[in-house]
Design a protein around this ligand. Structure first.
Ligand code: CA
Length: 478
């Protein structure tokens, strides 16, 4: 009994000792059953640590995500973080896209910078060439003032067929006005003696040949020069303009082509739909020859431009339709780059021409000792078919043209009233002296050629594109 009492007292004492640290509650739950709740306070902590709740957890997740993105952007690669959420992936792809755009724009700007640099270099080269050309022109002998002598002109009869009426063009004032508006002082003064002396003919007398049997009439007279266009700048002081007597599509028969020939890299070829567009100065086509041209001796035939390549005796056939070089061939032994020019100079060593009988080259060789040589060329392959040596020195005449297989030479390029002083007939291999009046309207003819399409002479006279009507005699049937 005593022992039981002692146990009760101990239990009461133990309960009292635990009174401040633990508690036991009883109560009914919702279903009415008894529920015991026993609580024990923490022995060491003053209060319970608070759990963050859903908002804090979300912020933590977003912060982690941002840290991963920053690490990737800074490190440029994957840092092995946790899998990305869809929002992060979208933001990353947008950033990548913006970066790509910026790189692309930078590359474009670099390309543009490079293009401008090349353009600047080209312009600087051109300025240098112009400067050299100006120096060269200034170092030349002075050009004479011209005497105002105008001889009566013979009446003109236009040949039938192939001619294009141009009376409306003749009446049209030149857009550029008179030549005085573009004046090069190097050519405006001096005496006539030097030029005329250079242009003196040193013909070896030749017996008159038999009557012509070509079916083409001999030249009787040349009309007054008619101006169609004036070049806009120094590059057009010398030049060549031409028309295809047998045009090939896509270009029509009225198409006129023009090359300004001053400069070290002459390659631009301007095409005009007709004479009216030429006179207005509105080209419909501009082509760049693959290789530069020398001389004003280019010509046009059956859809191809034929010209002498710069600093060489190489002839080039440039096909207008495909805009490619269709043939090239050296003209055997031909002088070039000032070896055998016409009297006016200008590297006119090789002069190409087209007439009723096809394609011709007028030039000279060392073997011929500067005498004017004529060769008929195969227009497809540029091979020489046959050659003739005349009895006249090439550098003694101003220029030449071929009509019906007969070569005619002009005595002076500068005298306002000069003559066509010599004719060589390839049919008979005979030459003879002539005296047909010819006018250099602007006192500096750098190109004179027969234009078979219009049966006229085309000439380039100190910036001006001029033409001359022709009068031919009746064909000789004998
Ligand atoms: Ca010529």
């Amino acid at each position: 009994m005593f022992l039981l009492f002692l146990l009760c007292v101990c239990g009461l004492l133990l309960q009292g000792d635990a009174q401040g640290r633990a508690a036991l509650w009883t109560g009914n739950d919702r279903s009415g059953r008894c529920q015991y709740t026993f609580t024990v306070p923490s022995p060491a902590e003053a209060s319970c640590p608070q759990s963050g709740g859903p908002e804090v957890e979300g912020l933590k997740a977003r912060l982690s995500l941002l840290e991963v993105l920053v690490s990737r952007l800074a490190g440029g690669g994957d840092v092995g973080g946790p899998p990305e959420s869809p929002g992060a992936s979208r933001a990353q792809s947008e950033l990548q896209e913006a970066l790509n755009r910026a790189v692309g724009e930078r590359n474009l700007l670099q390309g543009e910078k490079e293009r401008l640099r090349r353009e600047l270099e080209g312009l600087q080269r051109r300025v240098e060439e112009m400067r050299r050309e100006t120096e060269r022109l200034r170092s030349r002998p002075p050009c004479p003032p011209q005497a105002p002598v105008v001889p009566p002109s013979p009446p003109l009869i236009r040949p039938a067929g192939g001619s294009i009426p141009m009376s409306h063009l003749m009446a049209r004032p030149n857009r550029q006005g008179d030549s005085s508006s573009l004046r090069d002082s190097a050519w405006q003064h001096g005496s006539t003696g030097f030029q005329e002396l250079k242009a003196e003919v040193t013909e070896v007398p030749a017996p008159d040949g038999p009557e012509e049997v070509t079916g083409c009439g001999e030249l009787v007279s040349v009309g007054e020069p008619v101006t169609h266009r004036k070049a806009d700048n120094i590059e057009g002081k010398y030049g060549v303009w031409m028309q295809d007597p047998e045009s090939v599509t896509p270009y029509g028969p009225n198409m006129i082509w023009r090359i300004d020939a001053v400069g070290a890299d002459v390659r631009q070829l301007f095409g005009y739909e007709d004479m009216v567009q030429l006179s207005k100065g509105f080209p419909s086509k501009v082509l760049l020859l693959p290789e530069p041209l020398e001389s004003t001796g280019a010509t046009l035939y059956r859809g191809s431009v034929y010209y002498q390549r710069r600093r060489s005796r190489t002839l080039i056939r440039y096909d207008l339709a495909s805009e490619t070089i269709a043939a090239r061939r050296d003209l055997p032994h031909a002088g070039f780059h000032g070896q055998f020019p016409y009297s006016w100079g200008g590297y006119t060593d090789i002069d190409l021409a087209v007439d009723e009988q096809g394609l011709w080259a007028v030039y000279s060789t060392s073997k011929a000792k500067g005498v004017l040589v004529i060769s008929q060329l195969d227009p497809h392959s540029l091979e020489v078919k046959k050659s003739w040596e005349t009895q006249i020195r090439k550098n003694s005449v101003a220029n030449s043209f071929i009509i019906c297989g007969k070569l005619y030479t002009v005595k002076s390029y500068a005298a306002p009233n000069t003559i066509i002083n010599y004719m060589y007939n390839t049919k008979t291999s005979q030459g003879k002296a002539l005296s047909i009046p010819f006018k250099n309207k602007y006192n500096y003819s750098s190109m004179i050629d027969y234009n078979l399409a219009q049966k006229k002479l085309f000439a380039w006279d100190k910036f001006h594109m001029v033409s001359y009507d022709l009068r031919l005699g009746p064909p000789q049937a004998k």
